[in-house]
Ligand binder design. Structure first.
Ligand code: NAD
Length: 341
């Protein structure tokens, strides 16, 4: 059986990544759409052969509960709408994929997790890198230790935002924050899988060079993390600099992915001069198939709601550290969001 997915929000990520990725998926397919733009309905129905009864708008969305051909609702809206639609999807009895960053704050993450628990549905965050073979090779090197223990990890994620300063990503009421909410979650994620542990503290600094463009949201942020085994971590995220890298330094060598967080092909190498290389395929296809397999076959949920919540706890600690002049913020995360294979 293939599970039916309904995409909520037909913006650029749904249009150019998720819908095409679903065309090759083995365990799920594009069954429905939810859109606030009536003109998109016909275009998508024709392009993907979606029947009228599987097309919803934001108002009649809750009646999706009665539609047995939709198993999973995938929320791909601006961040301020993630919690509302994820909770409504859960109450409709549908499994939920919620895009990153999971929500506007930790409180909203809790509300999504609770709603999914109450309805007995599965929840995943749109962290496509957790299904990516390069990411999983890093996790293997960290756990099997061919280069010894990790000593230092560093991760950068950013791009130069130009053009429309009115876009939702730069409007705090819709995004919840700037570079950190959009790209910084990738750095947080890769620092954590680059060590295999959650950080025990974080200190952060913010940099602003184009305040006339970034009126409402953070432009660039650096942060330093301490891990319980003594590993030191560093991250940089920006809407004003291109950066796309993970560097893991071990006792006896290093590994680097650069580019690291983009849709691929990813590129990797080790201190021994070996290239890390996998055949390229849609990360989104693999991610959605992973979630469908979790539902159908009970394989691990590689990006559970707790992982999205943990990252939001770290995001909030970063903003708090900045507000307090770079103060070291202790974190008490235990193994929250760490998925064991
Ligand atoms: P987008 O701006 O291209 O699309 C947003 C969609 O939301 C549009 O269809 C728009 O019509 C709709 N919308 C509804 N209310 C809106 C409002 N008040 N303001 C603006 N748009 C509104 O954005 P996107 O790039 O598709 O991003 C959507 C979500 O997906 C975000 O949460 C983003 O972080 C996430 N995303 C994830 C990845 C990834 O690699 N996992 C990549 C891109 C985007």
């Amino acid at each position: 059986k293939k599970l039916g997915i309904a995409l909520v929000g037909l913006g650029s990520y749904s249009t150019y990544q998720l819908a095409p990725g679903l065309q090759d998926a083995e365990h799920c397919y594009l069954a429905g759409i939810v859109t606030g733009t009536p003109e998109k309905e016909k275009v998508w129905m024709e392009k993907y052969g979606i029947p009228k009864e599987n097309v919803y708008n934001y108002e009649n969305f809750d009646s999706i509960a009665k539609n047995d051909s939709i198993d999973i609702v995938y929320v791909v809206l601006p961040n301020s709408m993630h919690a509302d639609f994820s909770i409504r999807a859960a109450r409709a009895g549908k499994h939920v994929i919620c895009e990153k960053p999971m929500a506007m704050n930790v409180e909203e993450c809790d509300a999504i997790i609770d709603a999914c628990k109450k309805s007995g549905v599965k929840l995943s965050v749109g962290y496509r890198m957790q299904s990516d073979p390069y990411t999983n090779e890093i996790k293997r090197l960290v756990s099997e230790k061919p280069f010894g223990k990790v000593m230092y990890v560093s991760s950068d994620a950013g791009y130069i935002s130009r053009g429309n300063p009115e876009q939702w990503r730069l409007d705090r009421s819709l995004s919840g924050g700037g570079a950190l909410m959009n790209m910084g979650v990738y750095s947080v994620q890769s620092n954590i899988y680059g060590v295999g542990l959650n950080p025990i503290s974080i200190s952060a600094q913010e940099f602003s060079t184009r305040p006339e463009y970034f009126k409402d949201t953070d432009e660039s942020i650096t942060a330093q993390m301490e891990f319980p085994d003594g590993t030191v971590g560093h991250m940089f995220t920006s809407h004003n600099a291109s950066a796309n890298r993970l560097f893991v330094s071990f006792e006896k060598g290093w590994v680097e992915l650069n580019p690291c967080h983009s849709y691929g092909p990813i590129s990797g190498r080790t201190s021994e001069g070996n290239e890390i290389k996998y055949p390229h395929q849609s990360q989104q296809k693999v991610q959605m198939d992973d979630f469908a397999k979790h539902i159908l076959m009970g394989t691990p949920n590689v990006a559970p709601g707790e992982m999205g919540k943990r990252d939001m706890i770290i995001v909030e600690a970063i903003y708090k550290s900045i507000a307090e002049g770079g103060k070291r913020m202790p974190l008490d995360l235990g193994d929250m969001g760490i998925v064991k294979k």
